[in-house]
Design a protein around this ligand. Structure first.
Ligand code: ZN
Length: 303
């Protein structure tokens, strides 16, 4: 046990090297151990670059058999800007993973650990939990603040006062990965985008039904003569059933105004969250295609 704590303490000190370039991702550290000796370390690099686990794996040239990975935060189970770290650990044939904290990000939240266990990897949780929680405090607080669910939203039109929230969403590479030019927009590009949306309303605004805070967009926009149905939501609000509820509300509203059978939805193949929304909505796949260089499928709205 003392050995686990010593290696986790090393992972924690490694994680401190990640600040500030890792932000908005959490500063995470990873140590690979073989025969009770640390053989590699890694920490979270800038967004889009290696997470701690991938960094430690890349820094190690030896054999991957009988390796234990110490990670301060649960390895990610989802493919975001980078491939899933849980998958990377599985693919390398790591034996055992020791985790200090479960990641409260709703896209992860135990799923990373579950993925490792299902692949036959031994997982031990909670080593140095307190020390790591203290260091990751700002990240944990940010993740725990957002508890709004789909039941608490409404749709409305766009207002001038939504501008700061819209611009910060358009500058978020996680949101923009599946949208438009598929990269974060600059402030000037975002402002131009906002003015267009204000002057030519298309998609509904999703907002908090109580505070009216801007959460995202959902609905139809005519693109090159085609009715394109889609949504995009600030990443702080992902994973709480908001997308599915927004789609339901938008489809209800639009059913009176447009022939939804002529609308199409494009979902990139690696957009797992949107594929789950399509499944819950009962949308049917029409055909595979590429859009803005991404492979995906077009869906038909309706059962
Ligand atoms: Zn990761």
């Amino acid at each position: 046990m003392a050995l686990h704590e010593a290696f986790m303490a090393l992972a924690l000190s490694e994680s401190q090297k990640a600040l500030p370039h890792c932000l908005p991702n959490p500063p995470v550290g990873c140590v690979l151990v073989k025969d009770d000796v640390a053989v590699s370390t890694g920490h979270t690099r800038a967004p889009g670059r290696y997470h701690a686990e991938a960094d430690a794996l890349a820094n190690y040239a030896g054999s991957f058999s009988d390796l234990t990975a110490y990670v301060t935060l649960e390895p990610c189970s989802f493919h975001g800007r980078t491939p899933s770290c849980a998958d990377a650990l599985i693919n390398k044939g790591i034996n055992r993973v020791i985790v200090a904290l479960i990641d409260p990000d709703p896209r992860n939240n135990g799923q990373g650990v579950e993925k490792l266990r299902r692949a036959g990897i031994q997982v031990i949780q909670g080593i140095c939990e307190e020390e790591v929680s203290r260091f990751l405090g700002p990240y944990l607080r940010k993740k725990q603040q957002t508890k709004l669910t789909g039941a608490q939203i409404k749709l409305r039109g766009l207002n001038q006062r939504d501008k700061p929230a819209v611009l910060s969403m358009l500058a978020d590479p996680e949101v923009m990965r599946f949208l438009g030019p598929r990269r974060a927009l600059s402030d000037d590009e975002g402002a131009a985008w906002f003015n267009d949306a204000l002057q030519g309303p298309s998609r509904f605004v999703i907002s908090d039904a109580t505070s009216d805070e801007f959460i995202g967009f959902c609905g139809i926009k005519e693109i090159n003569g085609i009715l394109d149905f889609g949504y995009f939501i600030r990443s702080e609000f992902w994973g709480n059933g908001i997308a599915t509820r927004a789609c339901e509300l938008a489809v209800e509203k639009l059913a009176h105004e447009v022939d939804l059978a002529t609308a199409q939805v494009f979902i990139a193949d690696d957009n797992e969250a949107s594929k789950r929304v399509a499944e819950k909505m009962g949308w049917q796949v029409v055909r595979g295609s590429t859009k803005d260089g991404e492979f995906g499928h077009y869906y038909r709205i309706g059962k």
